[in-house]
Design a protein around this ligand. Structure first.
Ligand SMILES: Cc1ncc(C[n+]2csc(CCOP(=O)(O)OP(=O)(O)O)c2C)c(N)n1
Ligand SMILES: [Mg+2]
Length: 600
């Protein structure tokens, strides 16, 4: 059911730009042909990859059996980008893309991006490969260093499932199971490691036909009607309800229902800038501005609440603790989430154990639907018109991140814009989010370097949507992931990247300042080992070197809008543009306070 809703506006793949000469192999003859056929049967449009001999069998099958169509390869310059691109695609579509990485070394490069997708609860079908498991078939030296006894152990702490199938039949079953698990709520990455020997061996006999329908049943994630009624009557009686709206789908229908529920209950709504947009942030019921941390207004709404409904809020325990300290929260807490099903022992991304009076262990979007049904007969507690704020293009000489946001709003006025990534300095107050695709959320695992790759994958999913795709990256983030944009240029994926360039890993300057203050040491030294200067990096040249339009450095307000307009025109013409905007360092008050806060 959840998957059906996520099909709304699903992007269609275009024919690949990289066409092999024929003829294509008419029948599967090798283990890797079975793997390739299975990827197509699973309706995977793309496979983002960096090549390697451990999957040369599969590579051949993708080209010479499938013709590089469904899936089409997306060649990436780093495995971390391959996975980030699949992550960005999933953030828009709610579906898994395939990515392929070479043996242990490719998986090591990919691992941070897998962790990001895991923390973000995004589906991903990661295909890996190992040198021949049969030692007798290994080439000297290289096949030995690229074979590990338990390669999946590298990522097992942050995937939902992994396997190393020993035959073509087992590989087919593993891939079907993998996609099914990845896309079943709560979603997440999976890893299937393909033995090079299995890929390259000739099939002893053809495999029987595959009935995918029966192998991938819909796993119902509907809440129990009794618990829904209980929750609905508590919400109806509440005097000061507050909603913590966390992870939700990109579906417009689900968005409309969240708005309808908040209006029916008259709840104050808090949203999270770590996650994709789930509620209009300029709606009168929205408390404060969305942030990575709660701002004063959001904290006040929560502290006054007599009932709190969390819809898969990422850090319910920590958020309540930030507001109430060691006191028990006085409000009744209703939590709709399936996240506990993913919690394991390696990573603590499950966050503090929250106090919960009623758990609705179900898909949060389906919980909203059920609550609305249960509250159908109740009169609405009032609908408030969204507050609309106008954009303003008066920009001063030197720029801060807020000016970049205003300049962008001005340059994109009237357009449907999708923000695909935001820097840590972003102020959620300056850019109202009014549609599920207005913002797709952050990297999940806070792994710097993800911004460019996620933006490319999301822009691919949005290619024919009519939306203007914009990723705004910190300079540190952009520089770590810069070569992801080559993939966008190469495959004609329109994308605008704006680099909020404070010439520093500034987040950590804030930390060094904090340490210096605590220790009574000179805060003037906070920049050492943090600033990206001497030489300053020519970010526009890095873009141009990869075939993108590179503009900047833009250091003065009066030049900003013209540069953004030139970049947007290039994107409208199908290109990739990068604008380097030099900004003064600085974070919002909520962000600076939270960065340096200690636990209690
Ligand atoms: C892979 C990785 N390395 C280091 C960090 C620590 N870290 C967190 S934010 C940050 C600074 C990022 O710099 P930039 O993207 O320029 O953003 P700014 O803080 O300057 O706004 C760093 C280094 C991290 N989160 N992930
Ligand atoms: Mg920076």
């Amino acid at each position: 059911m959840a998957n059906e809703r996520r099909d709304e506006g699903r992007p269609r793949p275009r024919p690949t730009l990289e066409r092999p000469i024929g003829p294509l192999a008419p029948e599967p003859r090798f283990g890797s042909d079975v793997v390739a056929d299975t990827l197509r049967a699973l309706d995977l449009a793309y496979i983002a990859l960096n090549p390697g001999a451990s999957f040369r069998g599969l590579h051949d099958s993708l080209v010479n059996r499938l013709g590089n169509e469904r899936p089409s390869m997306l060649l990436c310059l780093h495995e971390e980008h391959a996975v980030a691109i699949a992550h960005g695609w999933a953030k828009v579509t709610g579906r898994a893309m395939a990515a392929a990485v070479h043996s242990n070394v490719g998986l090591m490069h990919a691992s941070m991006a897998v962790f990001n997708a895991w923390c973000d609860r995004m589906p991903l079908l990661l295909v890996g490969a190992t040198g021949p498991v049969d030692a007798d078939k290994r080439r000297p030296w290289i096949d030995w260093i690229h074979t590990a006894c338990d390669q999946g152990a590298l990522v097992r702490g942050y995937v939902k499932w992994d396997d190393q199938p020993a035959s073509p039949a087992a590989a087919r079953e593993a891939l079907v199971r993998a996609k099914w698990i990845a896309e079943t709520a709560p979603q997440g990455p999976v890893y299937v490691n393909l033995d090079a020997g299995m890929q390259e061996a000739e099939l002893a006999a053809p495999l029987p036909a595959l009935d995918l329908q029966r192998l991938m049943p819909v796993a119902s994630a509907v809440p129990s009607p009794d618990l829904v009624n209980h929750a609905a009557s508590a919400l109806a009686k509440a005097k000061r309800p507050a909603f913590l709206l966390g992870r939700g789908s990109r579906a417009q229908g689900a968005w409309d229902k969240r708005v309808a529920l908040a209006e029916r209950i008259g709840a104050r709504v808090i949203t999270d800038l770590k996650l994709g947009a789930v509620f209009p942030t300029d709606h009168a019921l929205h408390a404060g501005a969305p942030g990575i941390w709660l701002d004063g207004n959001a904290s006040a709404a929560l502290s006054e609440a007599d009932i709190v409904l969390s819809l898969d809020w990422v850090d319910l325990g920590g958020t309540l603790k930030a507001v109430f300290g060691t006191q028990e929260p006085p409000a009744r807490v209703i939590h709709a989430s399936l996240d506990h099903r993913l919690h394991g022992g390696w990573s603590m991304d499950y966050q503090a154990l929250p106090p919960v009076d009623l758990l609705l262990a179900a898909d949060p979007d389906l919980v909203v639907e059920a609550l609305l049904d249960a509250l159908q007969s109740r009169p609405s507690k009032g609908r408030a018109d969204p507050r609309r704020s106008a954009s303003d293009a008066v920009l001063p000489g030197t720029l801060r991140i807020g000016h970049v946001a205003h300049g962008l709003r001005y340059a994109t006025d009237g357009r449907d814009v999708s923000l695909l990534h935001l820097p840590l300095s972003w102020d959620g107050a300056v850019w109202p989010l009014r549609h599920p695709l207005d913002f797709i959320g952050q990297s999940g695992g806070a792994g710097v370097g993800a911004g460019p790759g996620i933006s490319v994958g999301a822009a691919l999913a949005l290619r024919d949507s009519g939306r203007l795709p914009i990723g705004i990256c910190g300079d540190g983030d952009f520089l770590m992931g810069a070569t992801a944009i080559w993939t966008a240029v190469h495959y004609r994926i329109p994308l605008l990247i704006v680099v909020a360039n404070n010439r520093s890993f500034y987040n950590d300057e804030v930390h060094q300042e904090r340490v210096a203050r605590l220790r009574g040491r000179p805060i003037e030294n906070k920049w050492i080992g943090q600033r990206i200067a001497d030489p300053e990096i020519d970010i526009a040249a890095l873009a141009r070197a990869q075939g993108a339009l590179g503009l900047g450095p833009i250091a003065r307000g009066e030049d900003l809008v013209a540069a953004l307009r030139e970049a947007i025109a290039a994107v409208d013409a199908g290109g990739v543009a990068v604008v380097d905007v030099r900004i003064e360092p600085g974070y919002t008050a909520a962000m600076s306070a939270a960065v340096v806060r200690s636990a209690n």
